[in-house]
Ligand binder design. Structure first.
Ligand SMILES: NC(=O)c1ccc[n+]([C@@H]2O[C@H](COP(=O)([O-])OP(=O)(O)OC[C@H]3O[C@@H](n4cnc5c(N)ncnc54)[C@H](O)[C@@H]3O)[C@@H](O)[C@H]2O)c1
Length: 391
């Protein structure tokens, strides 16, 4: 849509037929894109979705932005990226720019995408330009979007760099040129790993504060009064979504390939993974020990506020830990229709305690406070309210 806005004609090629049909019917699958905006672009021919990879032959710029998840060993799974490269390659026209926007470890463009494209592209396609410009998007963010977030661009040669900069300068306020695709790829991993380790630090710190009856948020606010050298992060149930918990493991894997260890990052991952269990235990300690099977209501299950995305949400682990500890658990989230094969309950569900896990807009936790329900607030959004205990 950012490209459409700046006058480009865009075709979204996707192998998920139902999603393509949904988009072409004018229903946006992305929270930050309204149906009206999508319908307008479909109506004036500026955008369409397709399952047909031969549409690629019409493109002067191809951006690859398929998921880059982890496999069952929690190692990089580039199978979707590889298959996307294989599928587009036979249809790439001469003089086309191919950009990898997917997050991955340094070397992915040069060692995986380029050899695949080069070996399968049409014989009369002589010049193909390649760059890496990792996607930087923060779903649900009212301030930062594709247009006003600077975009890193690292290309394999001068011509590729000029083409990629021209494209991203046309759709973003600023494109930042770096010396190679590897720098752009590594920068993306650094950005998300920076968040992971800082969240882990504060998640560990909050446990120390809690054990010593100190409110961690008061400490964070106090430290934040220092005008330099400190940046506040808040504790929570853990980290979720398909970026922060995933990308740092691309970094740890990449380190191991050269016989090194990213130990700091590995520790951060362990600490964040321990949070759901800590929150479950802390919750049940707040309930009267005479109640054999406490009824626990989880408020907000998406991985962050303002979205219905439950991928990698740490609330899933919390849910299972609570059940393993004997609790009867229900959940409420205005953005999520089904989760963990269960349906949400209303805020009037009778509970012994509630956990505010994700502070979804429009979710009226005050209703529970008014009823005298105890709430463990993992989001720092119900400060100084009666019956609310801060994580
Ligand atoms: N969404 C974000 O917040 C965000 C932010 C920064 C970076 N990223 C990165 O961007 C990349 C894409 O993430 P996303 O959240 O947009 O993914 P997504 O899960 O929304 O998937 C994008 C689309 O790719 C399609 N797809 C999968 N394999 C395909 C293939 N072989 N050919 C064609 N289409 C295919 C899927 O059907 C899906 O519709 C990832 O590397 C991610 O780490 C995402």
């Amino acid at each position: 849509m950012a490209a459409v806005d700046r006058g480009w004609t865009v075709i979204g090629v996707d192998n998920f037929e139902a999603k393509v049909a949904q988009i072409n019917s004018g229903k946006s699958p992305v929270e930050d894109i309204s149906d009206t905006e999508l319908q307008e672009a479909l109506k004036n021919g500026a955008y369409k979705a397709s399952i047909d990879f031969s549409e690629v032959s019409r493109a002067s710029v191809i951006t690859i932005c398929v998921p880059t998840p982890l496999d069952e060993k929690r190692e990089p799974d580039l199978s979707l990226l590889q298959s996307a490269a294989r599928e587009i390659a036979p249809f790439i026209s001469n003089e086309t720019l191919v950009v990898s926007e997917s997050t991955s470890y340094p070397g992915t463009l040069r060692d995986i995408i380029i050899p695949t494209v080069d070996s399968l592209k049409p014989k009369d396609t002589i010049n193909v330009y390649f760059a890496s410009a990792p996607e930087r998007v923060n779903p649900g963010d009212p301030v930062w979007n594709q247009k006003n977030t600077p975009r890193l661009v690292g290309a394999i040669n001068e011509e590729s760099k000029n083409k990629a900069l021209a494209f991203y300068e046309s759709i973003c306020d600023a494109a930042v040129s770096v010396s190679s695709p590897e720098v752009a790829e590594a920068a993306k991993l650094l950005e998300n790993t920076f968040r992971l380790v800082n969240i882990a630090l504060i998640n560990e710190f909050t446990q120390l504060c809690s054990a010593n009856s100190i409110n961690v948020h008061e400490v964070i606010d106090a430290a934040s009064s220092k005008p330099y050298g400190y940046m506040p992060f808040r504790p929570g149930v853990g980290v979720g979504g398909h970026c922060i918990p995933v990308d740092p493991l691309y970094l740890t894997w990449w380190a191991r390939q050269s016989g090194q260890r990213a130990m700091f990052v590995e520790s951060a991952d362990v600490i964040n993974h321990g949070m759901p269990k800590y929150v479950a235990q802390r919750t049940l300690m707040l309930v009267d020990s005479m109640v054999p099977n406490p009824r626990v209501l989880i408020l907000g299950v998406a991985y962050k506020p303002g979205v219905g995305d439950v991928r990698e949400t740490p609330v899933s682990d919390l849910y299972h830990h609570l059940k393993d500890l004997g609790a009867i658990v229900a959940w409420h989230d205005p953005y999520v229709k089904t989760w963990e094969d269960t349906e949400p309950v209303g805020l009037d569900w009778n509970c012994d305690i509630a956990i505010l896990a994700t502070n979804q807009p429009g979710m009226d936790a005050e209703q529970l406070i008014a009823k005298g329900v105890q709430i463990l607030d993992c989001t720092n959004s119900l400060r100084n309210k009666t019956g609310v205990i801060s994580l």
